[in-house]
Design a protein around this ligand. Sequence first.
Ligand SMILES: Nc1ncnc2c1ncn2[C@@H]1O[C@H](COP(=O)(O)OP(=O)(O)OP(=O)(O)O)[C@@H](O)[C@H]1O
Length: 259
Amino acid sequence: MTAADGGRGVAADPRTAALTFAGVGLRYPGGTRALDGIDLSVAPGEFVSVVGPSGCGKSSLLRIAAGLQAPTAGTVTGRGESVGYVFQDATLLPWRSVRANVELFGELRGLGREERRKRAAEALDLVGLADVAGHRPRTLSGGMRMRVSLARSLTLRPGLFLLDEPFGTLDEITRERLDDDLLALFAARRFAALFVTHSVLEAVYLSSRVVVLSPGPGRVVGEFDVPFDYPRPAGLRFDPEAARLAALVSACMRGAAAP
Ligand SMILES: Nc1ncnc2c1ncn2[C@@H]1O[C@H](COP(=O)(O)OP(=O)(O)OP(=O)(O)O)[C@@H](O)[C@H]1O
């Protein structure tokens, strides 16, 4: 259950999981084998991060989870009706106001105008952007745009959030701030989350469990439960126990990357 068990975390029970991969493999049409034999479950209210060397199949795994890519082996189950997606690009519509962007998913779902407005206002409040609801996306910073993207998904009240390096292109301070925002949202809404990142420290700071993939084709080579309660104190970034755990995860990743 902890780092002391050498990277064998406790997987979620597939019967009650928010998301389960069973024997999932992916071979792209050109022949690249991206994933092989992935068994992984995310429990309701669990925050799972996936780390691994570049090209090991992390984004492919997220795309399969999102239903954007079909696996060529195995099955994916448990995706409920309401899944939130946040990818590296905020993909906002430039001609719409922030509020209208945040209302978009509700519109696509066929929610009534009043309900959409209410949910958008609530979500913008949660991410601290109520003041710029009438602005166009181009007037916002990169970090604010990612917040709008988060808010847009929050309007669906997702039971599962899929996040692929959402803050990867942002500077360190903005990224840390958004990590804190995400943690606050997680504490408030307690969705299940599958989060892809290159940063082991970010993974430990945010997650209840960190999963390590091998070089491609990605296989699960380590799982680490993170033994810190939510809400997490900002000081956890500098906590020696967190640093020790991050070192273990890194070592597992380096071991996996060894020839
Ligand atoms: N659409 C595609 N068609 C063919 N091959 C692909 C496609 N997308 C990804 N790949 C290949 O699949 C493998 C896994 O790619 P993927 O983007 O999932 O890895 P990743 O771990 O997210 O990489 P990174 O950390 O660099 O973002 C790589 O070898 C990549 O070249």
